[in-house]
Design a protein around this ligand. Structure first.
Ligand code: SF4
Length: 466
């Protein structure tokens, strides 16, 4: 895989991406804020949701065993998978037993995390994504770049061109036209599929229910038309009761898309019984894949995440580089914790450093997850061998010495500001400042003002005589 800084450079140089991100994230942020302003007692609801989620996580083992019993009572088969390989093998075995050839999928970040599609295709099955965004991602041979908006990095024109190329349809950049084309293509896939795979937004412990929310209704088709339904659920996705579920649904839809409720909320309660429509078999795969290792540790709080994506939309880093630069399934502030948490810090140590620690993520998180605190913790425990370069460390050490002696510091800043003003007048500041050239490649380094604020303040005091 390419280096993080190379991915960032690539993203920053992409004007199309920048335009698409700016537009989409600002729309999502404003919708969220309108939706929350109309929610009565929103702050209290957030507190309750946080407390109930932390309580579930605190006693996760017991809750998982109860959930397993409730699922079985409903007639679902339960499977446990300790890692990605086990999870993929469980799904492949279920499929092979029933001679499954075609699989339709509803959006699942967990399936992205464990690279399920690759495993299924390798095992000889055809997999079709049915969420519109995921369908487009699959057509492009790409990866989703946002938790809830997989193609946030694409413009309408991008999608129009892609469909024109891959599906041999006339070009259009009208969302209605493009959606109609996808719908027509997908309808037959639903009818032909032998197996449906979904993730799960929540699992309700007391009733053994799987809750899925979508805005397109594709999850309903995936869970009712094929004869087998496989649910992939991370072990942290539990809520205790339907009452709790109700609270989380209110928060999720508002935080994710600014809706009061998602258009489709499906509650799966085992296979179809008697005259009910529904699959003949429901298999629930409870996936750990590194989550239990995070429980009880400094990153445990991140397991309370309900994947609404709100923290991505307000993050100044995400808004500029998009999801692909993060290099793995989960992007943005929460991804910078989950990815090192699940996959190990040694390989992913740059992610926690890619934050301004402005705190906007914590402010919008419906569960009030303290993302900045965990990012700082990860920075502190970054192994010494992957710490900053020698030149950067030397520069910081020199700065610490200079900043510790006020007279020297004043002299240096006065000299530095004069030098920068001189270089700025020769348009030298872009691309040429040692150690800062990666930054100045994408934005100008401002020329210092002739008079510093401190100087102006001192002059004002002297003039006013105060
Ligand atoms: S950390 Fe909070 S804001 Fe970010 S995706 Fe998770 S629940 Fe949403």
């Amino acid at each position: 895989m390419s280096h993080f800084s190379d991915r960032v450079d690539k993203a920053l140089a992409d004007d199309n991406l920048s335009e698409a991100l700016k537009k989409a994230t600002s729309q999502l942020v404003s919708r969220r804020s309108t939706a929350f302003s109309s929610l009565e007692d929103a702050e209290n609801l957030r507190d309750i949701a946080r407390n109930t989620k932390m309580k579930i996580l605190h006693n996760l083992e017991d809750n998982l065993l109860k959930f397993e019993k409730s699922l079985q009572k409903n007639g679902s088969h339960v499977h446990w998978a300790k890692d990605a390989e086990e999870a993929n093998n469980v799904v492949i075995e279920i499929a092979q037993k029933q001679a499954v050839k075609k699989i339709v999928k509803s959006k699942s970040m967990l399936s992205e995390e464990i690279h399920l599609n690759t495993a299924l295709i390798k095992a000889g099955m055809q997999v079709v994504e049915t969420d519109l965004g995921e369908y487009i991602v699959q057509l492009a041979g790409d990866k989703p770049s946002h938790i809830i908006a997989p193609i946030i990095h694409m413009t309408r024109e991008d999608v129009g061109n892609l469909m024109h190329d891959r599906l041999s349809v006339p070009f259009s950049d009208e969302p209605e036209v493009l959606t109609r084309i996808a719908r027509r293509k997908l309808r037959q896939e639903f009818l032909d599929a032998d197996m449906g795979i979904t993730g799960a937004n929540f699992g309700v412990v007391e009733t053994g229910s799987i809750c899925l929310v979508t805005n397109e209704g594709n999850a309903r088709m995936v869970t009712t038309l094929p004869k087998i339904h496989v649910v992939l659920i991370g072990i942290e996705k539990l809520v205790a009761t339907f009452e709790d579920l109700n609270r989380f649904l209110k928060l999720l839809a508002r935080s994710a898309t600014g809706q009061k409720l998602s258009v489709y909320t499906s509650i799966i309660q085992g296979p179809g019984k008697g005259t009910e429509t529904g699959p003949e078999e429901v298999h629930v795969v409870l996936v750990d894949n590194g989550r239990s290792g995070m429980l009880g540790g400094d990153l445990a709080e991140s397991l309370a995440c309900i994947r609404c994506g709100a923290c991505l939309n307000v993050c100044p880093i995400y808004k500029n580089i998009g999801g692909h630069a993060y290099g793995d399934t989960y992007a943005g502030p929460i991804g910078s914790i989950i990815t090192p948490g699940l996959r190990g810090l040694a390989q992913w140590h740059e992610l926690p450093a890619a934050s301004t620690l402005c705190g906007a993520c914590k402010e919008v998180c419906p569960i009030r997850i303290d993302i900045p605190k965990m990012l700082l913790k990860l920075r502190q425990v970054t192994p010494p061998k992957v710490k900053a370069s020698i030149s950067l460390r030397m520069a910081i050490k020199c700065f610490a010495v200079i900043a510790g002696i006020p007279k020297v510091y004043k002299g240096f800043t006065a000299f530095g500001s004069r030098l920068l003003r001189f270089l700025g007048s020769k348009s030298w500041l872009t691309n040429n400042i040692p150690l800062l050239d990666r930054w100045t490649k994408v934005r100008d380094f401002k020329t210092p003002a002739k008079k510093s604020f401190q100087r102006m303040w001192q002059e004002k005091i002297a003039k006013d005589g105060k």
